[in-house]
Design a protein around this ligand. Structure first.
Ligand SMILES: [Mn+2]
Length: 308
């Protein structure tokens, strides 16, 4: 029997072009900073496989109004995190010059540091929404590596105002009180999962308002471990008490719809520890909802332009 080739069954893979000035997807297959369970380097390929197999429409949304390009993966050096960071920074900066929205497929969470640095170089005053079970504020002695130092590195090397940094989904019970105090003292807003419970729409909007206040552009970092372990077994550091897929989808749709949101990364998906690709499928669907939000924003912009 030949494989199904239904000309009426359009999938996202049929829409992807090599380069696009509108939405650009790029992979960063690096997991050299993970001490515990590496494997995130396999994530970009797995995410693409699921993402591109979906249809581009759902109720009221048609992603065919977006030009989506996939430029492949950024070159990384497994032996040297410094070289890798340099390569990521240069590539991301270049891509930000060319596209309206950038979707970065990690990789472990260490890739966010050079990405945010490049983002700041491009846009000046920026905001950051950090969706993660963890604070990633660890102060480690020089030379010691972990993907739990990302926000600490950003605060050290970027000019971002901590008051434009917001966490969503930080877990109760897994973050050291020292770092929670540190975040609060710095003026960073922390929405833990006890706060977001039943209020994800309102909290997401609030997070955007804080990150976008007096800034030119907002970067979103989505650590997949923000999902409850029941939905996200395929990560380096699992924990209970996290977000549900539905909460994440709602959040993504709202964020995708915001005008200053320019880049988003999806990090820490670890396919070797996933079960039946549960986590990978949730990540792929999250990207769809983010694109759905953007598609609606574009539609709105076009109708307002026609009216004026
Ligand atoms: Mn995390």
């Amino acid at each position: 029997m030949p494989l199904l080739k239904d000309p009426h069954d359009l999938r996202i893979r049929n829409l992807i072009v090599k380069d696009s000035s509108e939405v650009t997807i790029v992979g960063v297959p690096f997991d050299g900073a993970v001490a515990g369970r590496p494997g995130a380097r396999f994530a970009p390929e797995v995410i693409r496989n699921f993402l591109y197999s979906y249809t581009p429409i759902c109720y009221g949304v048609d992603l065919r109004n977006l030009a989506i390009g996939d430029v492949g993966d950024i070159d990384i050096d497994r032996e040297s995190i410094e070289n890798t960071w340099k390569s990521i920074g240069n590539s991301i900066f270049e891509l930000l010059n060319k596209c309206e929205r950038l979707i970065i497929l990690g990789g472990d969470h260490s890739i966010t540091f050079p990405a945010v640095k490049a983002f700041e170089r491009k846009f000046g005053k920026i905001g950051l929404i950090y969706i993660d079970a963890h604070l990633d504020l660890r102060e480690l002695p020089a030379g010691q590596l972990s993907s739990g130092i990302t926000v600490h590195k950003i605060l050290q090397e970027c000019k971002i105002n901590p008051e434009n940094i917001v966490y969503i989904g930080v877990r109760e019970w897994v973050n050291a009180p020292y770092y929670l105090d540190k975040a609060k003292k710095l003026g960073i807003t922390v929405f833990t999962t006890d706060i977001t419970a039943d209020r994800i729409d309102e909290i997401t909007q609030q997070a955007y308002n804080i990150a976008s206040f007096n800034t030119n552009a907002v970067y979103i970092s989505f650590d997949v471990d923000v999902l409850d372990v029941a939905f996200g077994p395929g990560v380096n550091a699992t924990s209970s008490g996290g977000l549900t897929p539905r909460e994440v989808f709602r959040m993504m749709r709202i964020l995708g719809n915001q005008p200053k949101v320019i880049a988003i990364d999806f990090v820490e998906l670890c396919p070797p520890y996933d079960v039946a690709n549960v986590t990978a499928q949730i990540v792929a669907t999250s990207i769809l909802y983010f694109l759905a939000g953007y598609s609606k924003l574009k539609e709105l912009r076009e109708t307002t332009q026609h009216k004026t």
